[in-house]
Design a protein around this ligand. Structure first.
Ligand code: 4AD
Ligand code: MG
Length: 435
């Protein structure tokens, strides 16, 4: 076959009975071969599914017939042949080959069984992630991720948000001093961004509605099934809005993305044995005080404390699906969150949870420069380190609000995965830096 021939290839999902009698070229990885004596099968796999190549003895030339026996798993082949209807084949059609070209070989001792029939633990799978991604189940997760992202973007663009890209090498902290990865930046010290927080706020004073979908880094010591050190965050910021406006964008965005993903990913969801339940809006809202009351007698939390993992697990038994926890204690939220005017104990902030898992945090921001400076000082941060951020508040800063959502956690919910590492192509955790 000539290189141009490969471009003429059809994909597995295009190999249908209406092509009966026509010549076709297909490419893929050898999934397995079967030898029934008088007939041999080569099953190859491409990104959409499987293709059956059938070699009846005497009907295909002998050299080809013998080749079928020599192919190894995951070898890459191109097959030219004639399409024939066959009810038992995937898509109802098979190929009787005239030519088989080996484009590349794979080693015989593969680290994983790509059909997934022999199971392997997550660490072994992650060590050979590219092999692991050949499994339909793993692939399904990332095809769903693709559509989830696509519908999130589509919704925000529809709502007049503009996509921005902010620096990922930064000079100062945004979420408080901890959890920052330091970086040697020539003669200076720099950090990996832990959030686009300050830049998105500044840009809301220009574009009014902005969003960013980008990686951020957190030097989290936790090595849990829901924490990673590198993650994709979906951030929005909008001018002339408060926390309630942002919560509305968030719940409608999730609803829209769940509807779209459910529509587009029927096949992938079936592979994972999942059904997407499109949530009803508005999502229930509980204040921090109400949540503490719900947990009374079950868990001792003194007012002002965070609602930790243990408490969230108990809460997840009482509340199902998506729900907001609003008005967190002022001391528990970052400096940029606005304090409630008529009740300074609490802030104009929210978390969005699903069952027991936190998916998103957000709130109304402080847009008054003097108030922002006192919030920084109260939280033990040095306002002079925020000079460049603070000066943008001199140029006419509108009231604004926003949120940050952990994409992998949302994907965990849709795909039913219990470990966040399943939902990131190449996860970075406390011990994993490769592949
Ligand atoms: O709650 P966080 O820290 O909020 C912010 O970053 C704010 N700047 C958001 C805002 O606009 N006010 O992070 C937001 C979300 C969390 O709810 C969680 O889903 C995810 O990001 N997240 C993590 N996911 C996995 N591993 C980690 N280490 C995470 N840290 C945060
Ligand atoms: Mg949070």
């Amino acid at each position: 076959m000539k290189p141009e021939d490969l471009k003429k290839r059809i994909l597995s999902r295009q190999l249908t009975p209406d092509l009966e009698g026509q010549e076709a070229i297909v490419c893929g990885w050898v999934s397995h071969t079967r030898d029934l004596g008088g007939i041999r099968f080569i099953v190859i796999r491409d990104k959409y599914g499987e293709i059956q190549v059938t070699l009846p003895k005497g009907k295909v030339n002998e050299e080809l017939f013998n080749l079928a026996d020599k192919l190894g798993m995951e070898w890459v082949v191109a097959v030219k042949g004639v399409v024939k209807n066959e009810k038992r084949a995937p898509q109802g059609a098979e190929i009787i080959p005239e030519e088989i070209e080996i484009l590349n070989r794979a080693i015989s001792q593969l680290p994983l069984d790509p059909t997934g029939r022999i199971s392997a633990d997550l660490d072994t799978r992650l060590n050979a992630r590219i092999m692991d991604l050949r499994r339909p189940q793993t692939q399904a997760i990332f095809k769903i991720n693709h559509h989830l992202l696509r519908f999130i973007r589509e919704y925000l663009i529809k709502e007049d948000f503009i996509e921005i890209n902010t620096p990922k090498i930064i000079a100062t902290a945004t979420e408080g001093g901890t959890e920052l990865f330091p970086l040697a930046y020539f003669e200076k010290e720099a950090f990996l961004a832990q959030s686009p927080q300050l830049y998105k706020e500044q840009l809301s004073s220009v574009f009014e509605r902005v969003f960013e979908i980008a990686p951020i880094w957190r030097a989290e010591m936790h090595n849990t099934t829901r924490h990673l050190n590198e993650l994709i965050m979906v951030d929005i910021e909008m001018a002339y809005g408060n926390m309630y406006d942002v919560m509305e964008v968030l719940e409608n965005m999730i609803k829209y993305a769940f509807e779209g993903t459910s529509r587009e990913c029927q096949k992938e969801l079936k592979i994972l044995n999942q059904k997407i339940e499109v949530p009803k809006t508005p999502f229930p809202r509980y204040t921090y005080d109400e949540v503490l009351k719900m947990l009374e007698n079950k868990m001792e939390i003194s007012w002002g404390e965070d609602i930790g993992t243990e408490a969230c697990k108990i809460l997840g038994e009482l509340l199902n699906g998506f729900y907001f926890i609003i008005e967190w204690p002022s001391t528990s939220k970052p400096f940029y969150i606005k304090i409630k005017e008529d009740d300074p104990r609490v802030s104009e902030s929210f978390d969005l949870n699903f069952d027991w898992l936190e998916i998103c945090s957000g709130g109304t921001r402080v847009h008054d420069k003097e108030k922002l400076i006192s919030r920084l000082s109260e939280q033990g941060l040095n306002p002079s380190s925020f000079k460049f951020h603070l000066q943008t508040f001199d140029y006419g800063m509108p009231p604004h609000a926003g949120f940050g959502l952990g994409l992998a956690r949302l994907l965990m919910i849709i795909t039913g995965m219990s470990n966040i590492r399943e939902c990131v192509l190449f996860p970075r955790d406390r011990t994993r830096l490769t592949p």
